[in-house]
Design a binder for this molecule. Structure first.
Ligand code: ADP
Length: 712
């Protein structure tokens, strides 16, 4: 541009000189020159405009370069910075214009991507100064104020003569990218490590049937030798594959072939047999397709289920064993599925029970899928569910004991056991409800409790019965003492004889009670023996009746003996027969009133003999008839006129009758009277047992003792 201006001014100078030298030609030349000048001015203006445009472009270019996200650095052929954009300034340690490359990079270390340091001469910008071109070199840069990864391209710029006029380096910060790719690399390694070590087998193969990944479990599961595992068919060469029916799986249907065909499947169960082991394996296969929808990878995940199946088999066996056992024990069992708690099955015994609740049910099949409230009509279903949920939550056996049910109008008692059945994975598969009928146990406990209560009551009765005669004896002794001390023995002789009678009478009463208790104990222990001999039973009974007539007369009672036979010899223990009859007569006296009648009858009925004692006393209420023969049982004393007695008498009578092989029963109407009938077999004994018993009392004494509680 300056040159152009110079030319113009030179031309002007020459024009002026021409004017001076040739005035004639001046005008013509001048005109010519003026035209030229005009042209030049126009040219000049055009150049100015062009210049402006270039300047404008230049500024735009500088602006663009300045704002590039890449770092751009221009240096002259000596390495002095001409231009450094803002990104380059951020990355280069010292980046001032005019600074020499060497100074700028003095404190900067550059490494290649494997970590080896680059010498200064190999820095891409330095190489560009030597005319070398570097394209997209990845480096790591460290200087006092920064560390970063960069991708750098440097090149020399030549003039028309081929000389390097300047160099340009473009670089961008790839720290984030590198960090990310390193992270991805790390994650990939982690993933590979995970895949390698998981307990499931993972194998990935490509569309050329070559493995791209086989993890450790997979290698161990399918390959006996690890040498050649590239080919997916290698596994089939090293092991044999069978399906669940035991049929060999042909290679065309192998898991990998199915995936290659594009099939996706879950849990294909196969048996893998290699020379050293046999495994049960569940295989899942997934094909993966590329963007164009072509098969690119196949993924096979396999799980070794051998242990699981063994465990499951063991659980199943245990369960079956339990079921068999339960059936053998004849225990009612209801199986509920878990968690929906519907009936899976019930055994026959349980079915029989359920039929009691639901008579219309005809088969076990009908009961399946029902809920328990449909089986048992009971208000205790809430308790059942409580136990079931507790058994599920705590995985423990729960019990519902001694619950009362009314089945067909009868009281029954059950213990229910709720047993959670765990399957191989530890989850509860079923709840077993076992029903144990404890009715007899509960009832016998009740009887026992009742007996104990009765025994208690009996003791109270007995002690009262013992105390009464003892008190009389004791009081009489005190009276005698008084008579002795006051010297009035002779004077009181008459009344003393009466008192001695009373002592005797009360001693008999004591004796009767003690005898009864001892005999009852003997009977219970099995020591009470009969001395059987053949006797005329009519005579035996008649004599007893005769011996009490004085007493009955004194009580204002009428006693009658009647018989349909004069003589009937049967095997009996006469002393025991006396006790039976005296006991019955004693009761008849006790519960009769003045003017009443007592009839003792012996009836020959050929095969047996009936001895009955009938009175028209107070009689026995119907509700009490069943229990008067029970041990220690007395009809409510407050209702009877006489308060004597321990409640042992009839029980003992019944036992003695039964020892004779006979029976006893009562007919009575309350307020009308009672009739006790003893039925004895009319048999005889061949060898009479006449063992002499020193304890045997005289007949009179027997009567005194047995009737002691009605003598007054
Ligand atoms: P106890 O020794 O207390 O009389 P028993 O076993 O002889 O006991 O009798 C049991 C109960 O049977 C008596 O308490 C009485 O209530 C009733 N009983 C027995 N015999 C008669 C009878 N002839 N008339 C009315 N009640 C009787």
């Amino acid at each position: 541009m300056r040159k152009i201006f110079r030319n113009i001014s030179t031309l002007n100078k020459r024009n002026t000189l021409s004017k001076r030298t040739n005035l004639n030609k001046a005008n013509t030349v001048n005109k010519k020159l003026m035209k030229e000048n005009e042209k030049l001015r126009e040219m000049n203006a055009r150049i100015d405009r062009e210049n402006n445009r270039i300047e404008q472009h230049n500024l735009q270019l500088i602006n663009i370069i300045e704002n590039l996200s890449e770092g751009v650095m221009f240096a002259d052929n000596k390495g002095q910075f001409i231009m450094v954009n803002s990104e380059a300034k951020r990355l280069i340690y010292q980046s001032g214009i005019g600074i020499n490359l060497k100074d700028a990079l003095k404190n900067t270390k550059v490494f290649d991507m494997v970590g080896s340091e680059l010498p200064y001469e190999n820095f891409p910008s330095v190489r560009a100064l030597r005319g070398e071109r570097s394209n997209n070199i990845k480096i790591f840069v460290r200087h006092p104020s920064k560390e970063y990864f960069a991708e750098i391209s440097s090149m020399p710029i030549y003039d028309a003569c081929g000389n390097i006029t300047m160099i340009v380096s473009c670089f961008h910060d790839i720290t984030q990218t590198i960090k990310q790719s390193r992270k991805i690399e790390e994650q990939k390694k982690e993933l590979e490590a995970v895949l390698e070590n998981i307990s499931d087998s993972i194998a990935i193969f490509d569309n050329k049937e070559r493995y791209t990944l086989i993890n450790k479990t997979s290698r161990e599961m399918f390959f006996s030798s690890y040498n050649s595992m590239d080919d997916i068919n290698e596994g089939y060469r090293q092991s044999d594959f069978y399906d669940i029916n035991g049929d060999k799986i042909d290679p065309g249907n192998s898991p990998s072939s199915r995936v290659m065909r594009g099939e996706e499947f879950k849990n294909m169960r196969i048996l893998v047999k290699s020379p050293h082991k046999t495994l049960q394996v569940d295989v899942s296969g997934t094909p993966i397709y590329d963007d164009e929808g072509k098969f690119s990878l196949g993924v096979l995940c396999s799980k070794d289920m051998t242990e699981y199946f063994k465990h499951e088999e063991a659980t199943k066996n245990r369960y079956e064993f339990l079921n068999r056992m339960v059936n053998t024990f004849d225990l009612p069992v209801v199986r509920l599925s878990c968690p929906d708690l519907s009936v899976v099955d019930i055994n026959k015994k349980a079915f029989n029970i359920i039929k009691l609740f639901r008579p219309n049910v005809e088969s076990i099949k009908e009961i399946k899928k029902n809920r328990i409230e449909d089986l048992f009509k009971t208000s205790q279903i809430g308790d059942y569910y409580k136990c079931i949920y507790e058994a599920i939550n705590e995985k423990k056996t729960k019990y519902l004991n001694k619950k009362k049910y009314i089945v067909n109008g009868n009281e029954v008692y059950w213990n229910l056991i709720f047993e959670p059945m765990l399957c191989a994975n530890g989850e509860i598969e079923e709840i077993l409800i076992l029903i144990i009928d404890v009715t007899s146990e509960i009832k016998s406990n009740m009887v026992m409790e009742k007996a104990l209560k009765l025994q208690g009551e009996f003791l109270v009765n007995v002690s009262h019965e013992l105390k009464t005669p003892l008190n009389v004896i004791f009081a009489t002794a005190q009276l005698f003492n008084m008579y002795c001390n006051s010297g009035s023995l002779d004077e009181k002789k008459d009344s003393m004889l009466k008192y001695i009678d009373s002592i005797k009478q009360n001693s008999y009463r004591l004796s009767k009670i003690i005898n009864n208790i001892v005999d009852l104990s003997k009977i219970e222990a099995g020591f009470f023996k009969l001395n059987l001999s053949n006797n005329n039973i009519v005579e035996v009974v008649e004599e007893i009746v005769m011996s009490v007539t004085n007493l009955t007369e004194s009580k204002g009672l009428n006693i009658i003996f009647d018989t349909n036979v004069e003589e009937k010899n049967i095997a009996c223990d006469t002393e025991k027969i006396e006790r039976i009859v005296l006991n019955l007569i004693s009761n008849a006296i006790k519960f009769s009133d003045i003017g009443d009648e007592i009839v003792v009858e012996v009836k020959d009925k050929n095969e047996f003999v009936e001895i009955s004692v009938r009175d028209n006393g107070i009689g026995i209420e119907e509700k009490n008839l069943d229990m008067i023969f029970d041990r220690f049982k007395q009809v409510d004393k407050s209702l009877s006129r006489n308060t004597e007695g321990t409640g042992i008498g009839l029980s003992l009578v019944k036992s003695i009758v039964e020892l004779h092989g006979g029976t006893i029963y009562v007919e009575s109407e309350y307020g009308i009277g009672s009739k006790f009938t003893v039925r004895l077999s009319a048999r005889r004994v061949l060898h009479e047992n006449m063992i002499y018993n020193s304890n045997v009392r005289s007949k009179d004494e027997n009567i005194q003792v047995e009737l002691s509680d009605v003598y007054s």
